[in-house]
Design a binder for this molecule. Structure first.
Ligand code: AHG
Ligand code: MN
Ligand code: MN
Length: 314
């Protein structure tokens, strides 16, 4: 076993890191740990149930609860139990949910991202953003005090940022998140590209232009269909570009501002990259509605600028 996974003095837990490195206030630290605990239940459900796998029915012959519904319940229960959450916004719920308006934080989340990939056994994830106060509507992603995601791949990892770099943890055998890499960085130039909602090239000529530019520049394609996996690839390799541009069935792109684009904009920007909707930074886009979509161009700065430039001149 890798010695970094053994209890020793060199082992840094998520709790310790939040306390000693990020120095987040105790309430926020507890909330992040409660959210991390919810994701361990999701991790376990993925490993131990057949929910969402093709052709599976439960012992009573009924269709099993979908994994995204199950994951949403895990989140909801843990947020409630924390006593620290005023309101939350989930991909699985139409409206803002109020828990205790006097509590200090509000949370946005996509409990299971890439849910259409579950039956294919591809990597999937959870995405979370945390705001101070009891409102999310009217806020900008820049105002988040923390963003994090969990990637359920061959291994389960958690990446968080709380204003002091972006850090990666691995879930060990006894269910603790242990520090893997500190201060993940995104360099200015991209070698990999990850083009989402690519069907938009049919009626968005600029997107086809961007695609041709990547082909001509001989970038390497890395696209799984789960933005958690695809954007983690950028943070892990230290470069890359991920896009989900408007067109075809989705004129504003497929992704939601509050709980998909916002948290990733916060993390990638903090790691030295950029996130744009083609005109302005995603960090400055006010969240107007729960289900608001936005085009997303995110990753290495120079490449984000280049693609936004192709869009502007289209
Ligand atoms: P969800 O499973 O939460 O609905 O989100 C899936 C999203 C995102 O993860 C991914 O990047 C995008 O849908 C895939 O879109 P395309 O099929 O257009 O590539
Ligand atoms: Mn999603
Ligand atoms: Mn989802």
């Amino acid at each position: 076993m890798d010695s970094s996974l053994l209890p020793s003095q060199s082992r840094v837990s998520l709790n310790h890191h939040l306390y000693a490195h990020a120095k987040v206030p105790d309430g926020l630290r507890h909330l992040i740990l409660d959210i991390a605990r919810a994701t361990k239940y999701i991790h376990s459900a993925i490993r131990t149930t057949e929910a969402g796998l093709a052709g599976t029915i439960n012992q009573f012959g009924e269709e099993q609860l979908q994994l995204d519904v199950l994951s949403n319940e895990m989140f909801e229960r843990h947020l409630e139990e924390s006593r620290l959450v005023a309101t939350f916004v989930s991909e699985e719920q139409e409206n803002v949910v109020e828990l205790n308006l006097k509590a200090p934080y509000s949370v946005v989340f996509d409990p299971l991202d890439g849910s259409s990939l579950v039956d294919a056994n591809f990597a999937i994830g959870s995405i979370v953003g945390i705001y101070s106060g009891n409102q999310v509507i009217g806020r900008k992603p820049r105002e988040q005090v923390t963003a994090l995601y969990v990637l359920y791949g061959p291994r389960t990892i958690l990446v968080y940022g709380a204003g002091n770099g972006v850090h990666e943890f691995i879930l060990n055998d006894v269910g603790e998140f242990i520090l893997l890499r500190e201060n993940l960085g995104v360099g200015d130039d991209a070698k990999n590209y990850s083009p989402g909602n690519l069907r938009a090239v049919t009626d968005t000529p600029f997107y086809r232009k961007a695609m041709n530019h990547w082909l001509d520049a001989k970038l390497t394609l890395r696209y799984s269909g789960c933005m958690v996996a695809d954007i983690h690839h950028i943070l892990s390799k230290g470069q890359g570009i991920f896009t989900n541009i408007g067109g075809s069935k989705y004129p504003e792109g497929k992704l939601r501002l509050a709980f998909e684009c916002g948290p990733f904009a916060y993390l990638v920007t903090q790691a030295g990259g950029a996130a744009s909707d083609g005109a302005i930074s995603i960090m400055d886009r006010p969240i107007e509605t729960v289900d608001q979509r936005t085009p997303l161009i995110i990753g290495s700065k120079n490449e984000v600028e280049k693609v936004a430039g192709i869009l502007k001149n289209a």
